[in-house]
Design a protein around this ligand. Structure first.
Ligand code: NAD
Ligand SMILES: O=C(O)C(=O)C[C@@H](O)[C@H](O)[C@H](O)COP(=O)(O)O
Ligand code: ZN
Length: 370
């Protein structure tokens, strides 16, 4: 078995993202000696693992609790956060106690938010169990929930005490969820690490194989990109916006689909839109735009969206966090590995870029794509 890899993030404090197998034994050390109580938040798919984690913590001497939260995006609501605050209150959690997020990005976003808000901030340890959560959601301290108006509109920056990305957990992850996670890996390739793109182009099947060395290298490279960016700009004053590549339209699609599309699938379409926008607005080469479509399609990710939703999507994009006043702002590329910003693009350009990715709405076309 190969040794674990440690990727360090230096943000509010310094912590490691550990990538490897059989990492559970490291959890008590991350929870730390000051805690007496620990609450593990998890979705139903992880109930057996949550019990193993709870027992491990109890055997290490903690008062260990586990609470199931709703699956996927259903977890990211004010009601679910309030339920978690109730559990913490009733168990008497103090400022030295700890929350653990066990699951995909929805669970780790919720757990981080609950930890950020309980007593104005307690320690959180993240145990990501999806590819997406390992490479992105559990790393970097963005936590949050959705509101009726949009995605991640309420949240806080709250860095974890540590992240244990146990590759063994990917064995049970449904293929569509693994593929959705690859969209964020591809994002890291386009904004910062072209080697990621080459690895996927060379062998897309290996990239989708949870047991492959190729996927492990992709995971480590994507985490390294995120760690570098977050270490330089935790609060998204500027540089961190590049991690939002593809998300302006992506989040709008998720909202329009009432979160029945996976985040990574929506971001996939959003990246092709951003590439088309950059081609029209600032001359991104046809080759780089085509490379977006080729790589994402090779992984089975969607690259088009329904043509009749433009008005609704534009409306949702106005609530994106990168918007300033009435000025829509997009992360775009001037080349692979060279992200920049496009501010207040001409509405006609936006519509033209959308026309390049939109498809006819025929009966049945509103199905869930991934
Ligand atoms: N905070 C950030 O920086 C950040 C970054 C990227 C994405 N996100 C957020 O992450 C969320 C998407 O995360 P996701 O793609 O992990 O989705 P998810 O959390 O909804 O998980 C996907 C599905 O996989 C199941 N699952 C999780 N682990 C499993 C396992 N090991 N075996 C079997 N089933 C498993 C879950 O129960 C769920 O049904 C979105 O809400 C997105 O906004 C946050
Ligand atoms: O970490 C970041 O910064 C990102 O933008 C990573 C994204 O992949 C992620 O989906 C994030 O939650 C989006 O943040 P938001 O600020 O647009 O809500
Ligand atoms: Zn994302």
């Amino acid at each position: 078995m190969s040794a674990a890899t440690r990727i360090t993030v230096s943000a509010e404090h310094t912590y490691d993202v550990v990538v490897g197998r059989g990492l559970l034994g490291e959890l008590p050390a991350l929870v730390g000696p000051d805690a007496r109580r620990v609450l593990v938040l998890y979705p139903r798919a992880l109930d057996a693992t949550a019990e193993v984690v709870r027992v491990e913590l109890a055997e290490a001497g903690y008062e260990a609790y586990a609470a199931e939260v709703p699956d996927a995006e259903e977890a990211k609501t004010a009601q679910v956060a309030a339920f978690c605050w109730g559990v913490l209150g009733q168990a008497g959690f103090t400022r030295t106690d700890v929350v653990v997020g066990l699951g995909g990005g929805a669970t780790t976003d919720l757990a981080g938010f609950v930890a950020a808000t309980w007593l104005r901030g307690v320690r959180v340890v993240q145990l990501p169990t999806t590819l997406l959560a390992m490479v992105d959601a559990a790393v970097g301290g963005k936590t949050g929930i959705n509101t009726a108006e949009g995605k991640n509109l309420v949240g806080a920056f709250h860095s974890p005490a540590g992240v244990l990305a146990d590759l063994d957990t990917l064995a049970t992850l449904p293929r569509h969820d693994l593929v959705a996670g690859l969209a964020e890996v591809v994002k890291c390739g386009f904004i910062a690490d072209p080697r990621i793109l080459e690895l996927i182009e060379a062998d897309p099947s290996a990239a989708m194989d949870p047991a492959s060395d190729v996927l492990r290298e992709l995971i480590e490279r994507a985490i390294a990109v995120k760690a570098r960016v977050v270490s330089a700009d935790l609060r998204e004053a500027s540089l961190r916006e590049i991690l939002n590549y593809g998300h302006t339209l992506g989040h709008a699609i998720e909202h329009a689909e009432r979160y029945q599309w996976r985040h990574g699938a929506a971001v996939s379409v959003g990246m092709v839109f951003a590439a088309e926008l950059a081609r029209l607005a600032s001359g991104l080469s046809d080759d780089v735009v085509a490379r977006h479509r080729a790589i994402l399609t090779s992984l089975g990710l969607p690259v088009t969206y329904r043509g009749d939703r433009w008005g609704q999507l534009l409306d949702a994009m106005r609530r994106d966090k990168k918007t300033r006043g009435d000025l829509l702002r997009f992360v775009v590329l001037s080349d692979v590995g060279a992200p920049t910003r496009l501010e207040g693009p001409d509405p006609a350009l936006l519509a033209a870029a959308y026309a390049e990715i939109s498809r006819d709405v025929t009966p049945g076309s509103n199905r869930v794509e991934l």
